[in-house]
Ligand binder design. Structure first.
Ligand SMILES: [Zn+2]
Length: 189
């Protein structure tokens, strides 16, 4: 499908190909295809070969590089931790779709990290920054900056929230288990 200026589109609708156009505002690229991130109308700038969308409802909150998000770790596997994104920091509006974020081991902290499980565990509440929008519902994240990382750590043994012990260590008030994390300076507890 090839969109024309003024066409009404939904999230995920195909607009054109990257060989022909540059994906611009409220669009994303997937396997060479340009798609819409939001409900809105297509706007094509033929001179500069840019495709963008004019969102139907003003400007909905959409994830883009640089935005800081908060969510819960849903999986830690190999080189990648998955974050179920709940909201954009300091933005109470609901997201247009539910986003999943991925944190690669190289993006978890500054410096070497032997195992990703020494930075995150399932159930942790994490603050992270978007580095790349990979698709309609997938983004790449980093937690390297000091305000980014775990806000609340969940004990892997008894599921209690843990208390900060040092810059990279938390302790469980219930079972006294000690674990490592990539903690945010804003750690709550
Ligand atoms: Zn515990």
């Amino acid at each position: 499908m090839k969109a024309k200026s003024g066409d009404f589109v939904l999230p995920g609708d195909e607009l054109g190909v990257t060989e022909e156009f540059i994906p611009s505002e409220w669009t994303y690229e997937e396997e060479g295809k340009i798609k819409s991130l939001v409900v809105g109308t297509v706007s094509i700038d033929e001179k500069n070969k840019k495709i963008s969308i004019v969102p139907k409802t003003g400007t909905p909150p959409v994830l883009e590089p640089g935005k800081v998000v908060v969510g819960e770790i849903s999986d830690v596997r190999g080189q990648r931790a998955s974050l179920k994104i709940d909201k954009i920091k300091d933005d109470e509006r609901e997201l247009v779709t539910s986003f999943m974020g991925g944190i690669h081991i190289s993006q978890a902290q500054k410096g070497y990290l032997a195992k990703l499980t020494e930075a995150f565990r399932i159930g942790d509440l994490v603050q992270a920054k978007v580095t790349k929008v990979m698709g309609l519902d997938t983004v790449d994240l980093t937690t390297a900056d000091e305000e980014l990382g775990v806000l609340k750590a969940m004990c892997t043994k008894c599921r209690h929230f843990m208390e900060k012990r040092s810059n990279n260590e938390v302790v469980c008030p219930n079972c006294e288990r000690r674990e490592r994390r990539k903690l945010s300076v804003n750690y709550e507890g």
